[in-house]
Design a protein around this ligand. Structure first.
Ligand code: AMP
Length: 111
């Protein structure tokens, strides 16, 4: 998608602080962190959100499994994995992404 900020990050047109990459997935630090650890995991292919992403359950499973592996590597076994789906749910960037948040006590339910 031409105007998608995360597609531009995948393409290397916008810089990011990468923490993991393979053929299908990219993980990088959130530019405006909401916790001491705040990583975004995204599919490299453009999917709008989880409604769109449900078409590829293998990819979703890989992202979820990778988030746990990354949390372990980063030394934060207690973490929250969130994906906002749609504007009403707080989605601002319409390229599927999972927030990996850790390093502070999380409230519940989220606001
Ligand atoms: P959401 O509200 O779930 O769509 O979250 C979008 C997230 O993307 C926010 O936490 C932003 O801080 C983050 N974000 C937006 N642009 C960038 C960027 N260029 N690099 C890293 N994170 C970004």
């Amino acid at each position: 998608m031409n105007d998608c900020v995360f597609c531009k990050i995948v393409a290397g047109e916008i810089p990011s602080r990468k923490v993991f990459e393979n053929d299908r997935i990219l993980a990088f630090e959130d530019i405006n962190p909401k916790a001491p650890t705040h990583i975004l995991l995204i599919p490299k292919k453009h999917l709008e959100n989880l409604n769109d992403g449900a078409s590829d359950p293998a990819l979703l499973g890989e992202i979820v499994a990778r988030s746990a592996a990354l949390a372990k590597e980063l030394g934060v076994p207690d973490f929250r994995l969130v994906t906002n789906t749609g504007r009403e749910a707080g989605q601002l960037v319409f390229h599927l992404h999972f927030h990996l948040l850790a390093g502070r006590r999380m409230g519940w339910p989220p606001g």
